[in-house]
Design a protein. Structure first.
Lengths: 318, 314
């Protein structure tokens, strides 16, 4: 197991390098001179040239890339031009909001998706199965911002049960914080819930067809134990992977959700940065999210390996 | 007494349902099948895929409930609660899927005893070891997982785990067709040896007539959900009566003989829409107009055939 983790960690290095390269080149491909954008159209050519030297834009591409990479490894993602603040510290300032939102949404998605998927598989081709799969398909198909707006229309404007936008504050009590999180979490969770439901259902159906399920029944095991001891354990292994990958999707979905609900998280920061052409902030955030995604994937792989005796054993036991 | 008696058993599966859950299209997997298996014998059911032979095995195992007819086990009708009887156990075709990939070999063999609360840990462990000896596997396999075993080893484990509950009837659903030819022989020999040491009845489901001829006492040939011919192995193999049986037998490859022509014309018709009258008439070399009416069941000298060709032979 240790060897497996080590190997996976080493595999991260080229991925990371590639991510850095892609982000760097993408930023270079954006039309327009950053110096010109920053200084405005009235800047004199001399000012622009001086500013370009200051930003290092006059050097060759490989040299720029090298200094970018070395900066990243020193934890220097540059300074945001609109916030006049270090990019990394800005990210860490906003991260808790996004993390809370993502974790709430993921918990919601897993806690509803997995049971719904199991239930649908047990009622295969019955009415409740149809109902659940339709619900899940709706979740997969409907865009997040639309769900968010509908939720606001219904629960905030029509019923007036929940506050619509912004963060709650702890001074007003835990309910204030929670009530501000309910709608965005649900809007963000809906899609993942649909995906997890569908995946759990098909994985369960697949496993329930296996002969070892029939065998377990013929051994005299009661249905509930057949489910718990043989079916679920096998069916949920691939679900773990999907759940892990959803965390990445949730980070992307957070961009939309935070915009709709005006939550000051990473997503909102990103949208603002893009709108106002804060190149270094966009670049830093994309890198941060990519790295986060890589490590989530690593964690998923390790958990998957731990759950799967095939992989566990082939790397020399735990 | 017969350990297993199947009386006029039929099974239909709904294929399509309307809005109210009423079936609008049904698949007759098994139609009015009857046979009986004497205790301690080997009874085989042969047929192509889609002939309904595995459905018969599932009905006997209690996985499905028959739509019509009844199944008697040692003279007692099969009940819903009998699905968990220890006295009928199954060995499946694919050893890959018949073992839980996330459980050790020891647990899989022992589980049947655990469920029934049989013996203490030491007794159970002793019986597991005895079963491993019986199927010719070493005890070093016990802590392993299925993926570490070969196909033949897995099938031995499947046999060991089915025998640990001391069943009287073992259902073998294509037990060798997923294995290499050399391993097939080993497994068949093992099954024969085991039968020598205890009173055990085999119901063998297969498409392989070679296995049947060296392994079985009686045979039933199925086509599109019906038994078209049944009798002792020597009857069926040496003097087949039904054209379908003849075709099946001539389809067995023989190195000394060149295949003359296609033994059976065309594909098996869809069981959703089987031909009326004799189901085999669309592929039968001897078909005539009379075959559009249902064939008679002709009983003669311990064997049974349903074919118009033999209607005069009672």
């Amino acid at each position: 197991m240790g060897r497996f983790i080590l190997r996976r960690c080493i595999q991260i290095v080229p991925t990371l390098f590639f991510v850095l390269l892609v982000i760097f080149l993408l930023m270079k491909m954006i039309p327009g001179d950053p110096a010109l954008v920053l200084l405005g159209p009235e800047a004199s050519p001399e000012d622009v040239a001086r500013f370009r030297v200051e930003l290092g834009l006059d050097r060759s591409l490989p040299a720029q890339f090298a200094s970018y990479v070395s900066g990243v490894f020193r934890g220097d993602l540059g300074r945001s031009l609109i916030y006049r603040q270090d990019v990394l510290s800005l990210i860490f300032e906003r991260l808790p909001v996004t993390m809370t939102l993502s974790v709430c949404a993921l918990s919601l998605a897993v806690l509803s998706g997995v049971p719904l998927g199991i239930w649908a598989s047990l009622r295969h081709n019955r009415f409740s199965d149809l109902l659940i799969t339709t619900f899940a398909l709706t979740g997969v198909s409907v865009p997040i911002f639309w769900v968010g707006m509908m939720l606001i229309v219904f629960f905030v404007l029509t019923l007036g049960w929940l506050p619509s936008v912004g963060l709650g504050s702890w001074e007003k009590g835990a309910w204030d914080v929670a009530s501000h999180l309910i709608l965005p979490s649900f809007a963000l969770a809906f899609q993942s819930m649909g995906i997890i439901t569908r995946f759990t259902r098909s994985s369960m159906l697949e496993v329930m067809r296996q002969d070892y399920i029939r065998t377990a029944r013929s051994k005299g095991l009661r249905d509930r134990l057949v489910l718990g001891r043989h079916a679920l354990r096998n069916a949920l292994v691939p679900v773990v992977t999907v759940v892990g990958l959803q965390l990445g999707h949730l980070l992307a979905g957070a961009v939309l959700t935070e915009s709709v609900f005006a939550l000051p998280g990473l997503g909102k920061l990103m949208v603002d940065a893009i709108m106002r052409r804060d190149y270094l902030l966009v670049q830093g955030e994309v890198l941060f999210i990519a790295v986060l995604y890589i490590f989530v994937n690593l964690a998923v792989d390790v958990i998957y390996a731990f759950l799967n005796p095939k992989i566990r054993k082939s790397y020399g036991g735990a | 007494m017969d350990i297993l008696e199947v009386r006029n058993v039929g099974k239909t599966f709904p294929v399509r349902k309307n809005l109210f859950g009423r079936p609008t299209l049904e698949l007759h997997a098994v139609r009015s099948v009857s046979f009986s298996v004497p205790r301690g014998s080997v009874f085989s059911i042969v047929g192509e895929s889609g002939s309904g032979k595995s459905t018969v095995a599932n009905l006997v195992a209690g996985v499905h409930r028959p739509t019509s007819g009844e199944i008697l086990l040692s003279g007692e009708p099969l009940k819903e609660s009998d699905r968990r009887r220890a006295c009928v156990q199954m060995v499946f075709q694919d050893p890959e899927s018949s073992l839980d990939p996330r459980k050790t070999i020891r647990f899989q063999i022992e589980e049947g005893l655990l469920i029934r609360g049989m013996g203490n840990a030491r007794e159970r462990s002793g019986r597991v070891s005895a079963m491993l000896d019986l199927v010719g596997l070493g005890r070093d396999l016990l802590p392993k997982y299925p993926h570490e075993l070969s196909g033949g080893q897995k099938q031995r484990v499947a046999i060991a785990r089915s025998l640990i509950l001391e069943p009287q009837l073992l259902l073998l659903d294509e037990p060798t067709s997923a294995l290499d030819v050399s391993v097939q022989a080993q497994i068949l020999n093992l099954l024969m040896e085991i039968r020598g040491t205890r009173t055990l009845t085999y119901l063998l489901i297969t498409h392989d007539l070679k296995i049947v001829s060296c392994f079985s006492d009686r045979v039933a040939v199925m086509y599109l959900g019906r038994i078209v011919e049944s009798g002792t192995v020597s009857d069926i193999v040496d003097s087949p009566l039904h054209p379908y049986t003849r075709a099946l037998l001539s389809a067995v490859p023989d190195p000394g003989r060149r295949m003359t022509s296609d033994p059976v014309r065309g594909e098996i018709p869809s069981p959703l829409d089987p031909p009326g009258g004799c189901a085999f008439r669309t592929r039968c070399p001897d078909a005539s107009d009379v075959c559009e009416t249902p064939p008679p069941r002709v009983l003669a000298g311990g064997r049974e055939v349903s074919c118009h060709l033999h209607s005069g032979r009672t």
